[in-house]
Write a protein that binds this ligand. Structure first.
Ligand code: DGL
Length: 279
Protein backbone atom coordinates (compact mmCIF):
# COMPACT_ATOMS: atom_id res chain seq x y z
CA UNK A 1 0.00 0.00 0.00
CA UNK A 2 1.32 3.49 -0.82
CA UNK A 3 2.63 5.36 2.23
CA UNK A 4 1.24 8.87 1.68
CA UNK A 5 3.16 10.14 4.70
CA UNK A 6 6.41 9.91 2.77
CA UNK A 7 7.46 13.08 0.95
CA UNK A 8 6.79 12.72 -2.75
CA UNK A 9 9.83 14.53 -4.11
CA UNK A 10 13.39 15.20 -3.01
CA UNK A 11 17.02 14.33 -3.61
CA UNK A 12 18.33 11.33 -5.56
CA UNK A 13 19.50 8.64 -3.12
CA UNK A 14 22.80 6.89 -3.71
CA UNK A 15 23.43 3.83 -1.55
CA UNK A 16 26.53 1.74 -0.99
CA UNK A 17 27.71 -0.70 1.65
CA UNK A 18 30.41 1.81 2.54
CA UNK A 19 32.77 4.07 0.63
CA UNK A 20 32.96 2.42 -2.78
CA UNK A 21 29.79 4.02 -4.14
CA UNK A 22 31.53 7.38 -3.84
CA UNK A 23 33.32 6.51 -7.11
CA UNK A 24 29.89 6.20 -8.75
CA UNK A 25 28.52 9.31 -7.01
CA UNK A 26 31.52 11.34 -8.19
CA UNK A 27 30.80 10.50 -11.83
CA UNK A 28 27.04 10.96 -11.41
CA UNK A 29 27.58 14.44 -9.94
CA UNK A 30 30.00 15.38 -12.73
CA UNK A 31 27.43 14.30 -15.32
CA UNK A 32 24.33 15.59 -13.50
CA UNK A 33 25.49 18.40 -11.18
CA UNK A 34 22.11 20.12 -11.08
CA UNK A 35 20.38 17.58 -8.79
CA UNK A 36 20.39 17.22 -5.00
CA UNK A 37 21.80 13.94 -3.68
CA UNK A 38 21.94 11.96 -0.44
CA UNK A 39 24.76 9.44 -0.21
CA UNK A 40 24.26 6.71 2.39
CA UNK A 41 27.10 4.36 3.30
CA UNK A 42 26.27 1.42 5.58
CA UNK A 43 29.84 1.41 6.88
CA UNK A 44 28.90 -0.13 10.24
CA UNK A 45 27.85 -3.33 8.46
CA UNK A 46 30.30 -3.31 5.54
CA UNK A 47 31.74 -5.21 3.79
CA UNK A 48 28.70 -6.75 2.14
CA UNK A 49 30.87 -8.85 -0.20
CA UNK A 50 31.09 -11.97 1.99
CA UNK A 51 27.52 -11.74 3.35
CA UNK A 52 24.61 -14.02 2.39
CA UNK A 53 21.78 -13.13 0.01
CA UNK A 54 19.29 -12.77 2.86
CA UNK A 55 21.47 -10.43 4.89
CA UNK A 56 22.46 -8.19 1.94
CA UNK A 57 18.81 -8.03 0.89
CA UNK A 58 17.62 -7.12 4.40
CA UNK A 59 20.30 -4.44 4.93
CA UNK A 60 19.76 -2.95 1.46
CA UNK A 61 15.99 -2.79 1.93
CA UNK A 62 16.46 -0.96 5.24
CA UNK A 63 18.67 1.59 3.48
CA UNK A 64 16.19 2.03 0.64
CA UNK A 65 13.32 2.59 3.10
CA UNK A 66 15.43 5.13 4.96
CA UNK A 67 16.22 7.05 1.76
CA UNK A 68 12.56 6.98 0.73
CA UNK A 69 11.67 8.45 4.13
CA UNK A 70 14.12 11.29 3.36
CA UNK A 71 12.03 12.06 0.28
CA UNK A 72 14.15 10.35 -2.38
CA UNK A 73 11.88 9.46 -5.32
CA UNK A 74 14.75 7.49 -6.88
CA UNK A 75 17.50 5.43 -5.25
CA UNK A 76 20.61 4.14 -7.04
CA UNK A 77 22.20 1.04 -5.55
CA UNK A 78 25.78 2.14 -6.27
CA UNK A 79 27.08 -1.18 -5.00
CA UNK A 80 27.51 -4.27 -7.14
CA UNK A 81 26.97 -6.64 -4.25
CA UNK A 82 23.66 -5.00 -3.28
CA UNK A 83 22.64 -4.78 -6.95
CA UNK A 84 23.46 -8.48 -7.39
CA UNK A 85 21.75 -9.76 -4.27
CA UNK A 86 18.93 -7.36 -3.43
CA UNK A 87 17.81 -5.28 -6.41
CA UNK A 88 15.55 -7.76 -8.15
CA UNK A 89 13.63 -8.68 -4.99
CA UNK A 90 13.24 -5.05 -3.97
CA UNK A 91 12.00 -4.07 -7.44
CA UNK A 92 9.60 -6.98 -7.84
CA UNK A 93 8.43 -7.71 -4.31
CA UNK A 94 8.89 -4.65 -2.12
CA UNK A 95 8.44 -1.57 -4.31
CA UNK A 96 4.85 -2.34 -5.36
CA UNK A 97 3.97 -2.48 -1.67
CA UNK A 98 6.12 0.41 -0.37
CA UNK A 99 5.38 2.88 -3.17
CA UNK A 100 4.97 1.93 -6.84
CA UNK A 101 5.80 5.53 -7.85
CA UNK A 102 9.36 5.34 -6.52
CA UNK A 103 12.23 3.61 -8.29
CA UNK A 104 15.36 1.70 -7.28
CA UNK A 105 18.01 1.20 -9.97
CA UNK A 106 21.24 -0.78 -9.87
CA UNK A 107 24.62 -0.76 -11.57
CA UNK A 108 24.75 -4.19 -13.25
CA UNK A 109 22.29 -3.79 -16.12
CA UNK A 110 23.60 -0.42 -17.41
CA UNK A 111 27.16 -1.74 -17.29
CA UNK A 112 26.31 -4.92 -19.18
CA UNK A 113 24.29 -2.97 -21.77
CA UNK A 114 27.45 -1.05 -22.76
CA UNK A 115 29.58 -4.12 -23.35
CA UNK A 116 28.53 -4.52 -26.99
CA UNK A 117 30.09 -1.13 -27.79
CA UNK A 118 33.24 -1.82 -25.79
CA UNK A 119 34.21 -5.46 -26.30
CA UNK A 120 36.10 -6.38 -29.47
CA UNK A 121 35.87 -10.17 -29.17
CA UNK A 122 32.96 -10.83 -26.80
CA UNK A 123 35.11 -12.48 -24.12
CA UNK A 124 34.47 -10.66 -20.87
CA UNK A 125 36.36 -10.94 -17.58
CA UNK A 126 34.38 -9.82 -14.53
CA UNK A 127 36.26 -8.86 -11.36
CA UNK A 128 34.18 -8.36 -8.20
CA UNK A 129 33.64 -9.33 -4.57
CA UNK A 130 32.90 -12.93 -3.61
CA UNK A 131 29.26 -11.95 -3.24
CA UNK A 132 28.94 -10.48 -6.72
CA UNK A 133 30.84 -13.32 -8.39
CA UNK A 134 29.01 -16.09 -6.52
CA UNK A 135 25.62 -14.53 -7.29
CA UNK A 136 26.26 -15.15 -11.00
CA UNK A 137 24.41 -11.90 -11.75
CA UNK A 138 26.89 -10.63 -14.34
CA UNK A 139 27.09 -14.06 -16.03
CA UNK A 140 23.28 -14.17 -16.31
CA UNK A 141 22.86 -10.58 -17.46
CA UNK A 142 25.63 -10.88 -20.06
CA UNK A 143 24.17 -14.19 -21.34
CA UNK A 144 20.74 -12.54 -21.61
CA UNK A 145 21.82 -9.33 -23.40
CA UNK A 146 24.77 -10.71 -25.39
CA UNK A 147 24.14 -14.45 -25.96
CA UNK A 148 27.31 -14.94 -28.04
CA UNK A 149 29.61 -13.53 -25.33
CA UNK A 150 31.60 -15.58 -22.81
CA UNK A 151 31.97 -14.50 -19.18
CA UNK A 152 34.81 -15.47 -16.87
CA UNK A 153 34.41 -14.18 -13.32
CA UNK A 154 37.08 -13.85 -10.68
CA UNK A 155 36.57 -12.82 -7.04
CA UNK A 156 39.22 -10.38 -5.74
CA UNK A 157 38.52 -10.37 -2.00
CA UNK A 158 41.74 -8.57 -1.02
CA UNK A 159 41.20 -5.51 -3.17
CA UNK A 160 38.51 -3.80 -1.04
CA UNK A 161 40.61 -4.02 2.17
CA UNK A 162 43.69 -2.73 0.29
CA UNK A 163 41.78 0.38 -0.79
CA UNK A 164 40.15 0.96 2.59
CA UNK A 165 43.49 0.64 4.41
CA UNK A 166 45.25 3.20 2.19
CA UNK A 167 47.37 0.46 0.57
CA UNK A 168 46.18 0.92 -3.03
CA UNK A 169 49.53 2.42 -4.09
CA UNK A 170 51.77 0.06 -2.11
CA UNK A 171 53.93 -2.80 -3.45
CA UNK A 172 51.66 -5.18 -1.50
CA UNK A 173 48.81 -4.07 -3.76
CA UNK A 174 50.86 -5.07 -6.83
CA UNK A 175 51.15 -8.58 -5.45
CA UNK A 176 47.38 -9.00 -5.01
CA UNK A 177 46.49 -7.25 -8.26
CA UNK A 178 48.80 -9.51 -10.24
CA UNK A 179 47.56 -12.57 -8.38
CA UNK A 180 43.90 -12.10 -9.35
CA UNK A 181 44.61 -10.88 -12.89
CA UNK A 182 46.78 -13.97 -13.47
CA UNK A 183 44.06 -16.19 -12.00
CA UNK A 184 41.53 -14.65 -14.42
CA UNK A 185 43.69 -15.12 -17.52
CA UNK A 186 44.76 -18.62 -16.51
CA UNK A 187 41.09 -19.60 -16.82
CA UNK A 188 40.62 -17.92 -20.20
CA UNK A 189 43.53 -16.44 -22.14
CA UNK A 190 41.56 -14.58 -24.83
CA UNK A 191 39.59 -12.21 -22.58
CA UNK A 192 39.42 -8.87 -24.42
CA UNK A 193 37.52 -6.76 -21.87
CA UNK A 194 37.81 -6.65 -18.08
CA UNK A 195 34.92 -5.20 -16.16
CA UNK A 196 35.72 -3.70 -12.75
CA UNK A 197 32.47 -4.89 -11.14
CA UNK A 198 33.14 -3.47 -7.70
CA UNK A 199 32.96 0.19 -6.81
CA UNK A 200 36.34 0.16 -5.01
CA UNK A 201 38.32 -1.22 -7.92
CA UNK A 202 38.71 2.04 -9.92
CA UNK A 203 41.09 3.12 -7.15
CA UNK A 204 43.38 0.28 -8.22
CA UNK A 205 42.98 1.13 -11.92
CA UNK A 206 46.62 2.04 -12.63
CA UNK A 207 47.91 -1.16 -11.06
CA UNK A 208 45.24 -3.29 -12.76
CA UNK A 209 46.13 -1.65 -16.09
CA UNK A 210 49.85 -2.26 -15.59
CA UNK A 211 49.32 -6.00 -14.89
CA UNK A 212 46.88 -6.49 -17.80
CA UNK A 213 47.88 -7.01 -21.47
CA UNK A 214 47.74 -3.66 -23.31
CA UNK A 215 45.19 -4.83 -25.90
CA UNK A 216 42.67 -5.71 -23.17
CA UNK A 217 40.16 -3.02 -22.27
CA UNK A 218 39.63 -2.27 -18.58
CA UNK A 219 36.20 -0.79 -17.89
CA UNK A 220 35.16 1.32 -14.86
CA UNK A 221 31.45 1.70 -14.18
CA UNK A 222 31.09 5.26 -12.90
CA UNK A 223 30.65 7.09 -16.20
CA UNK A 224 28.51 4.28 -17.61
CA UNK A 225 26.11 4.46 -14.64
CA UNK A 226 26.08 8.27 -14.83
CA UNK A 227 25.21 8.22 -18.55
CA UNK A 228 22.55 5.61 -17.94
CA UNK A 229 20.97 7.70 -15.16
CA UNK A 230 20.98 10.78 -17.42
CA UNK A 231 19.27 8.74 -20.12
CA UNK A 232 16.74 7.33 -17.62
CA UNK A 233 15.79 10.82 -16.39
CA UNK A 234 15.37 12.04 -19.98
CA UNK A 235 13.07 9.11 -20.77
CA UNK A 236 11.08 9.55 -17.51
CA UNK A 237 10.15 13.24 -17.18
CA UNK A 238 7.61 12.36 -14.46
CA UNK A 239 10.50 11.12 -12.30
CA UNK A 240 12.90 13.86 -13.36
CA UNK A 241 10.45 16.55 -12.21
CA UNK A 242 10.34 14.96 -8.74
CA UNK A 243 14.14 15.14 -8.29
CA UNK A 244 15.07 18.34 -6.48
CA UNK A 245 17.58 20.58 -8.23
CA UNK A 246 19.96 22.54 -6.00
CA UNK A 247 23.34 20.95 -6.70
CA UNK A 248 23.75 19.79 -3.06
CA UNK A 249 24.92 16.50 -1.59
CA UNK A 250 24.41 15.21 1.96
CA UNK A 251 26.56 12.36 3.25
CA UNK A 252 25.26 9.86 5.79
CA UNK A 253 26.99 6.90 7.39
CA UNK A 254 25.93 4.23 9.86
CA UNK A 255 29.49 4.36 11.33
CA UNK A 256 31.60 7.10 12.80
CA UNK A 257 31.31 10.34 10.72
CA UNK A 258 34.95 11.37 11.38
CA UNK A 259 36.32 8.08 10.02
CA UNK A 260 33.99 8.34 7.04
CA UNK A 261 35.20 11.87 6.27
CA UNK A 262 38.83 10.89 6.40
CA UNK A 263 38.45 7.83 4.15
CA UNK A 264 36.03 9.58 1.80
CA UNK A 265 38.89 11.87 0.79
CA UNK A 266 40.49 8.90 -1.04
CA UNK A 267 37.39 8.63 -3.21
CA UNK A 268 36.44 12.29 -3.65
CA UNK A 269 38.48 15.37 -4.49
CA UNK A 270 37.36 17.54 -1.57
CA UNK A 271 36.50 16.96 2.14
CA UNK A 272 32.87 16.26 3.01
CA UNK A 273 30.63 16.86 5.99
CA UNK A 274 29.04 13.65 7.22
CA UNK A 275 26.22 12.80 9.63
CA UNK A 276 25.63 9.58 11.51
CA UNK A 277 22.35 7.67 11.15
CA UNK A 278 21.07 4.32 12.41
CA UNK A 279 19.24 1.92 10.13
N1 DGL B 1 30.70 -1.65 -2.83
C1 DGL B 1 30.83 -3.07 -2.94
C2 DGL B 1 30.63 -3.50 -4.40
O1 DGL B 1 30.57 -2.69 -5.34
C3 DGL B 1 32.12 -3.63 -2.39
C4 DGL B 1 32.36 -3.46 -0.90
C5 DGL B 1 31.71 -4.50 0.01
O2 DGL B 1 32.06 -5.69 -0.04
O3 DGL B 1 30.88 -4.07 0.81
O4 DGL B 1 30.49 -4.68 -4.64
Amino acid sequence: MTDHRLPYEGPIGVFDSGYGGLTILRDIRRRLPQYDYIYLGDNARAPYGPRSFDVVYRFTLEAVRYLFAQGCPLVILACNTASAKALRTIQQQDLPEIDPERRVLGVIRPTVECLADISTGGNIGVLGTYGTVRSGSYDMEIAKLHPSFTTTSQACPMWVPLVENHEADSPGADYFVEKYIDALFSRRADIDTILLACTHFPLLYDKIRSHTPQAVRVVCQGEIVADSLADYLTRHPEMESRCHKGGTCRYLTTENPESFSSLASIFLDSPVEVNHIDL
